[in-house]
Design a protein around this ligand. Structure first.
Ligand SMILES: [Zn+2]
Length: 298
């Protein structure tokens, strides 16, 4: 009995620790200034950018929930009395989009055309995590580059290739030398996260990271994590390129996915990825393996 009770107690303790590990408390909102007119806001989902224009505010990404979106707007109101007029979305994931539910109606929402398609598909599928119906993109980008002038601020929106998703946009402020990368760069993981279900691509990620590196900028606000410098972007790019070459070589030698994972030093199953909140997405190694398998089968 004694054994049984302590065994049950251990199970309960393990379950409690597991639950804690899976649902970390949401990070508090923190506003960081990059330039007199440019800020980034962490907490409540993906990082957001805040750019103060002549008469209004341009926001990059809108947090995960309606409450998060409202908290972002409340934080912006502490910086400036100007209204939010424009939102640019870096991609269609809910932790960057769904906070739009709290944004005023009638604002301009700029996104890549594939982002809009992904949101429309998610809306049609319904369920938890669907984007707010009243706030779909109002202006789509279909070219690889558009030079915009938003409220007196020069903003370049860039898309080199499908990378994190097929609808990624990188937001570049040439005068301020600041880049908002979206989840192309997300520093909570050593490897890029590629959503194959949104037609992302590991090869496209490398093309895109090279594009980001080519910009004349010195501050890179990632989708998650702290501001990066160019050195950090280059290190991440070099690590990813080398890892992809290694995975490809092992695949061509006929190695299994598990053999490849072990050879490239991925954490064993149950460790590393997942268990940190949110769904456990396919790892970079799994993504490249799937891409190579699909290519071989074609
Ligand atoms: Zn994302």
């Amino acid at each position: 009995m004694q054994f049984r009770r302590s065994f049950l107690f251990s199970l309960a303790a393990v379950a409690a620790v597991g639950a804690l590990a899976q649902a970390p408390p949401p990070a508090p909102f923190m506003v960081h200034q990059l330039k007199p007119n440019v800020y980034w806001v962490e907490g409540g989902g993906g990082n957001s950018g805040v750019i103060i224009g002549d008469k209004g505010v341009i926001v990059v990404d809108a947090k995960t929930t309606a409450a998060g979106g409202k908290e972002l707007l409340d934080n912006i109101a502490k910086i400036t009395p100007k209204p939010v007029t424009t939102v640019i979305l870096t991609h269609s994931d809910g932790d960057h989009v769904n906070g739009l539910a709290s944004f005023p109606a009638g604002i301009t929402i700029i996104a890549h055309e594939n982002n809009k398609k992904e949101q429309e598909a998610a809306l049609a599928a319904g369920g938890r995590g669907a984007p707010p119906a009243g706030h779909l993109p109002t202006q789509v980008v279909s070219k690889n580059k558009e030079n915009l002038k938003l409220d007196g601020v020069k903003v370049e929106v860039l898309h080199w290739a499908p990378a994190h998703t097929s609808g990624d946009l990188v937001v570049y402020l040439p005068a301020e030398k600041i880049v908002f990368t979206g989840d192309i760069i997300a520093t909570q993981l050593p490897d890029p996260l590629i959503h194959l279900e949104k037609n992302g691509s590991s090869e496209g990620w490398i093309t895109t990271a090279k594009g980001i590196d080519s910009l004349n900028a010195d501050q890179f606000v990632p989708g998650h994590g702290d501001v990066q410098d160019k050195e950090a972007i280059r290190t991440r790019l070099a690590h990813t390129e080398a890892k992809r070459i290694m995975i490809k070589a092992l695949f061509e030698q006929g190695k299994s996915l598990d053999e490849i994972k072990a050879a490239v030093g991925d954490p064993p199953p149950g460790q590393g990825r997942g268990g940190r909140g949110g769904p456990a997405f396919a790892s970079f190694t799994e993504v490249v393996y799937k891409e190579l398998t699909a290519k071989k089968g074609a």
